[in-house]
Design a protein around this ligand. Structure first.
Ligand SMILES: O=c1[nH]c(=O)c2ncn([C@@H]3O[C@H](COP(=O)(O)OP(=O)(O)OP(=O)(O)O)[C@@H](O)[C@H]3O)c2[nH]1
Ligand SMILES: [Mg+2]
Length: 202
């Protein structure tokens, strides 16, 4: 079994370009579970295009790598309502800001037969400026419910994953972080990173 110093020696650095403190916290926590990856973060002001979740994710990561001048990861989270054929999707941030999560997101679904929704996380990895970002998606299905639990992270309090009787906000971080859209995307990213033959950073 590897000692902790061997793990520390083998760890590689990865730069996560994000302005979202909660995303960063969860990402660090998830990747710290058994993966020798050290996350550095950078908050860069990157315009987010309109388009599919993939188009938004690719454009953001490409720009982030250009601005940084090196490899990096970015992340986009979409909250998709089945009744709206996937909207608000990548535009959820603006809906949240304008309508509020506790009441607004629920009110959008009044009169619709289904409150089903899914959280979709897209991590993008760019090997450096001019390279095409690679995407890693994770999806968790659930339902939009009246807010329950702390309201300190986006729409966590109104999203109840399928098969659970708690919202994301009511779960412990350990629980959320083994079933979340972010966990599922990071699980794919970490498998990919393990295949890269790089020295001290990805
Ligand atoms: O309740 C939540 N549980 C989550 O697990 C989660 N992940 C993201 N979000 C929110 O959804 C929008 C995505 O927008 P987004 O991907 O553009 O992020 P952002 O602009 O905040 O950061 P970034 O683009 O700098 O990385 C933002 O309002 C985020 O706060 C979440 N809310
Ligand atoms: Mg953003």
């Amino acid at each position: 079994m590897a000692t902790s110093s061997a793990i520390a020696m083998a760890s590689k650095r990865l730069t996560f370009v994000t302005g979202n403190h909660n995303k960063l916290k969860e990402t660090k926590y998830i990747l710290s579970q058994g993966t020798p990856i050290e996350i550095d973060s950078q908050d860069l002001d990157i315009p987010e295009l309109q388009g599919t979740t993939q188009e938004v994710a690719i454009a953001k990561c490409r720009r982030a790598a250009e601005l940084l001048g090196k490899s990096c990861i970015t992340e986009d989270t979409a909250l998709c309502f089945v009744a709206y054929n996937g909207l608000p999707g990548p535009y959820i941030k603006h809906f949240l800001k304008t309508l509020g999560h506790e009441v607004g997101l629920n009110n959008m679904l009044v009169g619709f037969p289904t409150k089903d929704a899914y959280a979709l996380c897209t991590f993008a990895y760019s090997a450096g400026p001019g390279t095409e970002p690679i995407l890693f998606e994770g999806r968790t299905d659930g339902t939009i419910v009246p807010a329950r639990g702390p309201g300190d992270f986006g729409w966590d309090s109104v999203f109840q994953p399928k098969g659970f009787d708690q919202t994301y906000a009511e779960m412990t971080k350990e629980q959320k972080n083994i079933i979340s859209h972010r966990y599922r995307a990071l699980d794919k990213l970490r498998v990919y990173l393990a295949t890269l033959d790089t020295e001290n950073s990805f």
